[in-house]
Structures are given as structure tokens and as C-alpha cells.
Design a protein. Structure first.
Length: 261
């Protein structure tokens, strides 16, 4: 009974925290077709339906891609980063409530699918290489690897409190902004062509909101925000990737080198 009450509180908290988006964006622009709380319910079901039981733990996916019709996606693209963060926090809360073990830090990406009808929602989940935020939720090396989409074992999990401070940089090697260096301090950082992005690239082949950079456990993660031309890291197209110093990132025609200090 206690768990049910706690679960209701968690979900009520989510509804409250997202109410401004429902009222200000979804109802205003979608006419009520898509609502964040419905996405949250589907994320909870996705975790439940894709859980794997080991000897002592129940593992669930930690990476989710929420697909919307392009018209619906365009309406939320301006605040997709904030919504993604809220939903990622919900996934973490829901996993704790159900005593699930996440393979790593939860990550929710909002993307588009032209085959979806307006108002439709589709969720794809997987176990990713995203570093775990909580030592208790890290996946031990000796546990079996579940081949659901892509999954890489987390070899070492460091609690955020013990992670030394790091600062990342994007050094532009080629493109309209060649020679510039952008400092990445507090995250999330939105990279794109819009003037209100944290890092503004003067490249017409870069989308208005092209990518998001997050810092988890002392490591930076880059995520495609549904850009037209995508993200290429070291000649490989990626949706989300944990960056390593020296990685070469292609955003449109802009070539950047990722560095840390």
C-alpha cells in the first residue's frame, strides 16, 4: 500500500511540474492532441514490458526515444530539451518506486516519425552506454548482458559527489565559425542556429536546435535533437553518444573537436 501511495505522489509531482508545458504549449499548439503526462505513462509501460530479471535485480532500459508526428515534433522542438530532462527525471523516479535497476543514467530523446499520425506517440527503448548517475544502479561486470537494442556494460560507476569537476570545449576546426572555441560549463547546453541557443553556430546547414550536451558522472553526452542533417562523431552517425577528448564532431558543415580540462 505504501508503494502505491508513493507512486501516486511521484506521478502527481510529474503532472504538476509539466502542467505549464501542457497549458502553454501542448494545448495551445496541439489542441490537446499530445500531452507530456501521456508520454510519461507510456515510458512507465515501456520499462515494465522490457524488464529483465536476474538473480537479485530487475534491469530496465535507461534510454528512450519518443517519436512524434513531424507536425507535433515541430511544435515542441523549442522546449524539447526541458521536456526531455523532466521525463528523464520521471524515469529515474519511477524506476526507484518499482525497485528497478537502470543500466545507466536515464535519457529521454524527443524525435520525429513521419509515419505516425498526428497526435500519435511511439517509444523505442534500449540499454545504452550512458554512465550511471547512481552507484547503486550501476550494472556489475559479472551480470549477463541483455541484447535489447544496443547495450554496453558500465565498467566503472562513480558517484557524482566524487567526480572531479571538468570543463568541456568545442573547438571549431572548419565551417563558418572556424577559429572559435565554445566553453561548455553548466549543462544542458543547446547547440544550434537559433540566437537563443547556448552555443550559436552561424551555419545554415545546422538546425535551429541541433544538439544537446549533458554532463553525467563527469562525462559529456551529445544528443541529436531531431536535426535535419544529424550528428556525425568520428565519421559515425549518432543519435546520442558519450564523448571522449579528441572526438571530431560534424554538425552540418561545421567541424568541431571536443576537448576537456
Amino acid at each position: 500500500m505504501g508503494n502505491e501511495v508513493d507512486g501516486m505522489r511521484v506521478f502527481s509531482g510529474l503532472e504538476g511540474s509539466l502542467e505549464k508545458y501542457i497549458e502553454g504549449f501542448f494545448k495551445g499548439k496541439f489542441g490537446g492532441r499530445v500531452q507530456p503526462v501521456e508520454i510519461a505513462k507510456m515510458l512507465a509501460r515501456e520499462m515494465r514490458d522490457n524488464r529483465h530479471v536476474s538473480i537479485s535485480k530487475i534491469y530496465v532500459p535507461n534510454e528512450f526515444t519518443v517519436y512524434l508526428n513531424p507536425v507535433d515534433w515541430e511544435s515542441v522542438s523549442d522546449f524539447a530539451s526541458t521536456l526531455s530532462k523532466e521525463l528523464s527525471e520521471y524515469v529515474s523516479q519511477k524506476a526507484g518506486e518499482k525497485r528497478y535497476t537502470l543500466a545507466g543514467s536515464p535519457l529521454v530523446i524527443i524525435d520525429q516519425d513521419k509515419d505516425l499520425a498526428t497526435g500519435g506517440i511511439r517509444i523505442q527503448s534500449g540499454f545504452s552506454e550512458t554512465p550511471a548517475m547512481d552507484e547503486e544502479q550501476s550494472l556489475p561486470d559479472e551480470e549477463p548482458i541483455f541484447h535489447t537494442m544496443r547495450f554496453y556494460p558500465v565498467k566503472e560507476s562513480i558517484p557524482p559527489s566524487s567526480v572531479p569537476p571538468v570543463c568541456g570545449y568545442l573547438q571549431v576546426e572548419d565551417g563558418p565559425d572556424q577559429g572559435k572555441t565554445f566553453r561548455i560549463s553548466a549543462t544542458p547546453v543547446i547547440v544550434g542556429r537559433r540566437q537563443d541557443c547556448n552555443i550559436v553556430l552561424n551555419d545554415t546547414s545546422v538546425s535551429r536546435n541541433h544538439a544537446r550536451l549533458d554532463l553525467y558522472g563527469g562525462r559529456y553526452i551529445i544528443t541529436d535533437l531531431g536535426s535535419t542533417n544529424g550528428i556525425i562523431v568520428n565519421d559515425v552517425i549518432v543519435k546520442t553518444k558519450t564523448l571522449e577528448p579528441g572526438d571530431v564532431i560534424l554538425l552540418g558543415t561545421t567541424v568541431c573537436t571536443f576537448k576537456v580540462e
